[in-house]
Design a protein around this ligand. Structure first.
Ligand code: SAM
Ligand code: SF4
Length: 357
């Protein structure tokens, strides 16, 4: 397959091959997986600089004209839900709250996404000032990222002293009825010591905590397999303070294994993305902030849709059907998995904040 370097990793301009693909409407790949969960990154900007994600100086800015507009995002969301069988749409980034037009993005998208959930992953900074407009626009669910409840530790980890602002955002989301609220925490050696405090805080505040194994997607390239904290180590630490029983999955396609805490009903989730890969049941498709389809977090091949949205090479209006066909073809070429345990594993060129987690 030929790729052209355009400042993006391996971006495809020509139609990927669909040889052997059955003529079905959904997003299927050669391994029989079906994508129904769409992640849309809407910005590379962020109010934090989490060490496991962003470089200290932030990501290189995307030129304004290269970012998808609210109308373009909504057109892709409409195609995904109506023509491709997507059921969950999640906005991410970077930090979605950095976009002043976020409410418009959500409103236009929910207008065309009947039957699908519209959610967002956020660090919650500034959420308290905007939650009403976002819920009114159609936001139905929210995941908030928080790795520690210790203010000094938060400041070191995110390079910003903003923990009170995150708490204000969490309170606002709960008050707006976006419950059960999910909190995502990235598992690192540095945060292991505060993991039990974070769980105690989550139980007190009625939020659902999920730990995620750190993936080699940090812009600073400091991740090392030998030093990463795995789910087993976390369970040992949490078990010194809590009784964890009956691991189960609420939904078989969910990557989180849920453990009952002290007999329940509250739970803690663990997403062992590195040590217990769930690639074989992956149901995701991604759109980057510049409008490329990325079928796998770890696959640098991207298929451009923005060019189609803005008029084809021959300057004619490209139909939704043609865009859907290109998206289907991109999904057909999805790789088997991240291959982190294989000898030839290479990190992707983009870091997490530049893909959209
Ligand atoms: N700024 C928003 C936030 O932090 O929730 C949305 C974007 S962020 C890239 C999405 C999710 O990716 C967050 O939950 C974050 O913790 C997670 N993440 C970032 N880098 C990661 C890494 N190297 N490994 C695992 N998860 C990571
Ligand atoms: Fe920003 Fe989210 Fe990355 Fe942290 S994880 S730097 S909040 S994009």
């Amino acid at each position: 397959m030929t790729t052209i370097a355009l400042g993006l990793p391996g971006m495809r301009r020509e139609l990927p091959s669909i040889e052997g693909r059955p003529d079905v409407p959904g997003l299927i790949d050669t391994f029989g997986r079906v994508a129904r969960d769409l992640r849309v990154s809407i910005t590379e900007k962020c109010s934090l600089r989490c060490t496991y994600c962003m470089p200290e100086a932030g990501l290189p800015a995307i030129a304004r004209e290269d970012l998808l507009t609210p109308t373009e995002i909504a057109r892709l969301v409409g195609i995904a839900v109506r023509d491709l069988g997507v059921r969950d749409v999640r906005f991410t980034g970077g930090e979605p709250l950095m976009r002043a037009d976020l409410a418009e993005i959500i409103r236009l998208s929910s207008d065309v996404a009947s039957g699908a959930s519209i959610s967002m992953t956020t660090n919650a900074i500034g959420l308290d000032h905007r939650i009403r407009e976002l819920v009114d626009a159609g936001l139905t669910r929210i995941n908030i990222s928080l790795d520690t409840v210790d203010r000094d530790h938060f400041a070191r980890l995110t390079r910003r002293d903003r923990l009170p602002a995150v708490f204000a955002g969490i309170d606002a989301a709960k008050a707006a009825g976006l419950t059960p609220l999910k909190i995502n925490a990235v598992l690192m050696r540095d945060t292991l010591v505060g993991a039990a405090d974070l769980l105690a805080w989550s139980l007190e505040n009625g939020v659902r905590l999920r730990f995620i194994e750190q993936m080699p997607l940090d812009a600073d390239e400091q991740w090392a397999r030998d030093n990463m904290v795995d789910a087993a180590e976390l369970l040992d630490v949490l078990s010194t303070r809590f009784t964890l029983t009956k691991p189960h999955r609420d939904d078989p396609s969910s990557p989180a294994e849920e453990w009952l805490v002290d007999g329940g009903p509250q739970t803690v989730g663990i997403i062992a993305s590195v040590t217990r890969s769930f690639c074989e049941s992956c149901d995701r498709t991604r759109i980057t902030a510049e409008g490329t389809v990325r079928s796998c977090l770890f696959g640098d091949d991207e298929t451009d849709l923005r060019g189609m949205l803005r008029g084809g090479a021959d300057d004619r209006d490209v139909t939704d059907r043609e865009i859907a066909d290109r998206w289907r073809a991109a999904m057909w070429g999805k790789q088997a998995g991240h291959g982190m345990s294989l000898p030839g594993f290479r990190r992707p060129e983009r870091s997490m904040g530049a893909i959209g987690g």
